[in-house]
Design a protein around this ligand. Structure first.
Ligand code: MN3
Length: 389
C-alpha cells in the first residue's frame, strides 16, 4: 500500500523520539517540512542537511544564530523562540506533526497543532496530563486528530480499532516495572542516577528513564489513558510485565481481552501514528513467539512506588493538580540527576507538593501555566529547605 502521508513536521527532533522519528520519516519516504529543537544544533544541523526541511526552529536564540551561520549554504529558514515555533506550526503545510518535545514546553505547540488542523502524532504526554480539556477542545473545533505515540497508548488505540461502538470494561496498562522492580523502599534510598538510567527494555531520555524507575512515568500514563480514552481512573489497571512484549490491552464488557504485542521499539509506534490507518514496512524486527521463553505479569508495588498511587489521586482531583504533579516531578528529577537529592526524596518531595497545593477547579489555561510556575518555585524551595547532603 502506498503511503498517503507526504509531508510531516518533527517537533523536538533531537531528543530520543525525535531522532527515531527522523528514521521513520526516511523509512516511509515522507518529506520533512519543519524541524524544531531546544539547543542541540550539532544534531539539528545533521538532520537539516539530511532532510532539507523548509524551516528549523531553535528555542535558544544563540544556538539559532550559530545554526544560521552553519547552514548559510542552504535555503533553510531558521527561526528562534517559542512564538516562532507557534507561527511555524501554523505556516507549515505538513499533514502530520510528531510532537516529541519533552515536558511542559510541549503544551503550547500541541495546542497550536490542534488549532492548525494537522494530525498530532503525540509523544508529549504532559500536554494531555495537564491540559487535556483545552487540547481536546481545539482538536474537536478544527476536526484534527491525535494519535498517541507512547507505546502503551498506541497499543490501546490499536486495540480499540475493532470496538464498533462496544463499551470497554477496563484498560490493562502494562509497565516493565523499571530497573528497580522488586526492591523495597529501604533498598531504593542509596540508588544513584546511574542506577536509574539503566532501563531494562526501552531506550529513552534521562528524565523519562528516571520516571520509569520511580513508576512516575506509569502514573502519568494512567492519567494520559484516562484522558485519551475517556474512562474512569479505576478502569485503568496497571500490570507489571517486565518483558515489554504486550504493550497494553483492552478488556471489553464480555470479558474478551484484546492485546497489542510486538518487539519493544518506539519506531513502530511513531510510524503507526504517522501512517494510521495504514500500516507499512517497519524498521523494527519481527516478534518470534517460538523464541519467547515466558511472558510474566504481576501486580505493581503501590506502597514502595507511591508516585503511582499519587497519580490516581491527581487525576481524581483534576483542576491544576496534574500540572503540579508534573512540575514538581520535573524539578525533583532534575535535582536527583544533579546529585542534590536521593532517589526516594523524589517520592517525598512530589507527594508533599501535590498534597499541599491549593487546587483550582475548572482552571483556565493561564491558571494551569501559573500553577506550573508556582509549583516549580515551591518545589525548589522545598528541596533546598529539606535536603542537605
Ligand atoms: Mn510509555
Amino acid at each position: 500500500m502506498e503511503n498517503t502521508i507526504k509531508k510531516i513536521a518533527i517537533l523536538g527532533s533531537t531528543g530520543s523520539v525525535g531522532k527515531q522519528s527522523v528514521e521513520v520519516a526516511q523509512n516511509i519516504g515522507a518529506k520533512v517540512e519543519l524541524l524544531s529543537a531546544n539547543s542541540n544544533i550539532d544534531e539539528l544541523e545533521r538532520q537539516a542537511r539530511l532532510l532539507k526541511p523548509k524551516m528549523c526552529v531553535v528555542s535558544n536564540e544563540n544556538s539559532a544564530k550559530e545554526l544560521k551561520l552553519r547552514l548559510f549554504d542552504t535555503d533553510i529558514r531558521i527561526y528562534s523562540g517559542e512564538n516562532s515555533l507557534l507561527d511555524a506550526i501554523c505556516e507549515c503545510d505538513a499533514e502530520v506533526a510528531v510532537n516529541a518535545i519533552s515536558g511542559f514546553a510541549g503544551l503550547y505547540p500541541a495546542i497550536a497543532l490542534a488549532k492548525s488542523g494537522k494530525r498530532i502524532a503525540m509523544s508529549n504526554k504532559e500536554a494531555i496530563v495537564v491540559a487535556h480539556k483545552f487540547l481536546f477542545d481545539e482538536i474537536k473545533k478544527s476536526n484534527s486528530q491525535l494519535v498517541p505515540v507512547d507505546s502503551e497508548h498506541s497499543a490501546i488505540f490499536q486495540c480499540l480499532q475493532g470496538a464498533n461502538g462496544n463499551k470497554i470494561k477496563k484498560i490493562i496498562l502494562t509497565s516493565s516495572g523499571g530497573p528497580f522492580r522488586g526492591k523495597k523502599r529501604g533498598e531504593l534510598v542509596g540508588l544513584t542516577a546511574e542506577d536509574a538510567l539503566k532501563h531494562p527494555t526501552w531506550k529513552m531520555g534521562p528524565k523519562i528513564t528516571v520516571d520509569s524507575a520511580s513508576l512516575m512515568n506509569k502514573g502519568f500514563e494512567v492519567i494520559e489513558a484516562v484522558r485519551l480514552f475517556d474512562v474512569k481512573p479505576e478502569q485503568v489497571q496497571v500490570v507489571v510485565h517486565p518483558q515489554s512484549i504486550m504493550h497494553s490491552a483492552v478488556e471489553y464488557i464480555d470479558n474478551s481481552v484484546i492485546a497489542q504485542m510486538g518487539t519493544p521499539d518506539m519506531r513502530t509506534c511513531i510510524q503507526y501514528a504517522i501512517t494510521y490507518p495504514q500500516r507499512q514496512e517497519p524498521l523494527s524486527s519481527s516478534l518470534d513467539f517460538a523464541k519467547l521463553a515466558t511472558l510474566t505479569f504481576e501486580e505493581p508495588d503501590f506502597d514502595t512506588f507511591s508516585l503511582l498511587s499519587l497519580a490516581y489521586y491527581a487525576v481524581n482531583e483534576d483542576g491544576v493538580i496534574p500540572a503540579v504533579l508534573n512540575a514538581s516531578d520535573e524539578i525533583a528529577v532534575d535535582a536527583f540527576l544533579k546529585g542534590k537529592i536521593k532517589f526516594t526524596d523524589i517520592f517525598d518531595t512530589v507527594s508533599h507538593m501535590v498534597r499541599n497545593f491549593n487546587n483550582i477547579k475548572d482552571p483556565t489555561l493561564d491558571d494551569i501555566r501559573n500553577a506550573d510556575r508556582e509549583a516549580r518555585i515551591k518545589t525548589k524551595e522545598y528541596i533546598s529547605a529539606s535536603y542537605k547532603y
